[in-house]
Design a protein around this ligand. Structure first.
Ligand code: TPP
Ligand code: MG
Length: 269
């Protein structure tokens, strides 16, 4: 995309380099860093940042454990994230009580992040519920009329979590009720150490076709400009037309699944 604003490209690239550098720092200091367990966004940075840069404070975000680059793009600093990584009491999310990249936040200037479970995929139903709440407020005339753009919800998921029953329930209701939600599926082809062929009959883009009213697209999530442009279009449509979308982003996993899968410096998948 030639005419994408230079400032967006510079900002995106800077966040991408920061996320990569954080991963490298964590892995180089593995024993000191991994107090509980950590996952990193390596390979997923472009799609996460392309999305995060386009959210507004009135939006709700449900990131998952691999979304540390997305958190950077919301305006969180590496220092903030490292406080959680090292289980420090000044961690802005949970005072060190939950492990890395399990955020919860109600800062005025950032998207709102409700606390969520460590059981993977469990954010889908609460996220869909928030979108239903948004719709209810609008129908009742209780929404904030001063806002320049209507809010929406982002529910971020890994490809394997989409095989869970919870996700089917969430998609069903979003499609049926036409809720303002974006399901972002980061498809790295892995479910810890089981691959896509071993765990599913179709990818999330194909699966979405079974839910009438849930529009889906499939993109290269490692390509920042393609991701940013596609998401810009999708987000614009959700804010205006108040209906659900699924964005299936293909990405490589360039680091371990989580630090729990590293033994004596060897990645176990
Ligand atoms: C309900 C539940 N089942 C299993 C697990 C163990 N688990 C943690 S992450 C994961 C794989 C998820 O893969 P995916 O959703 O594709 O995300 P990725 O890590 O590949 O980005 C599994 C099975 C869990 N945390 N919760
Ligand atoms: Mg995966």
């Amino acid at each position: 995309m030639i005419d994408m604003k230079k400032s967006i490209l510079e900002n995106g690239f800077s966040k991408l380099c920061t996320a990569k550098a954080m991963t490298e720092l964590y892995e180089a200091n593995f024993k000191q860093v991994s107090k509980y367990v950590h996952a990193t966004s390596r390979g997923h940075e472009a799609i996460q940042i392309a999305l995060g840069l386009q959210l507004l404070p009135q939006d709700y975000a449900f990131p998952y454990y691999r979304d540390d680059a997305m958190l950077l793009s919301f305006g969180l600093e590496p220092y903030d994230l490292m406080l959680q990584l090292l289980a420090k009491k000044d961690d802005p999310f949970s005072a060190g009580r939950t492990y890395y990249s399990h955020p919860s936040l109600k800062d005025d200037d950032k998207p709102k992040i409700p606390h969520q479970s460590s059981a993977t995929g469990m954010q889908a139903i609460p996220a869909t519920g928030v979108a239903m709440g948004m719709q209810y407020k609008e129908l009742q005339g209780l929404d904030d009329k001063a806002l320049k753009a209507l809010p929406f919800v982002v529910c971020s998921l890994g490809d394997a979590s989409v095989t869970e029953g919870e996700i089917a329930e969430a998609f069903q209701m979003a499609a049926l009720k036409q809720l303002p939600i974006l399901y972002l599926i980061q498809d790295n082809g892995w479910d810890i150490s089981a691959n896509a062929a071993e765990t599913r009959a179709q990818n999330a883009f194909e699966y979405a076709k079974g839910f009438n009213g849930l529009e889906a697209i499939s993109i290269d999530g490692a390509n920042f400009t393609e991701s940013y442009d596609a998401l810009e279009q999708v987000i614009h449509t959700i804010r205006k037309e108040r209906r659900p979308f699924l964005v299936h982003a293909k990405v490589p996993l360039l680091n371990h699944h989580t630090s729990a899968y590293v033994w004596n410096g060897i990645v176990m998948i």
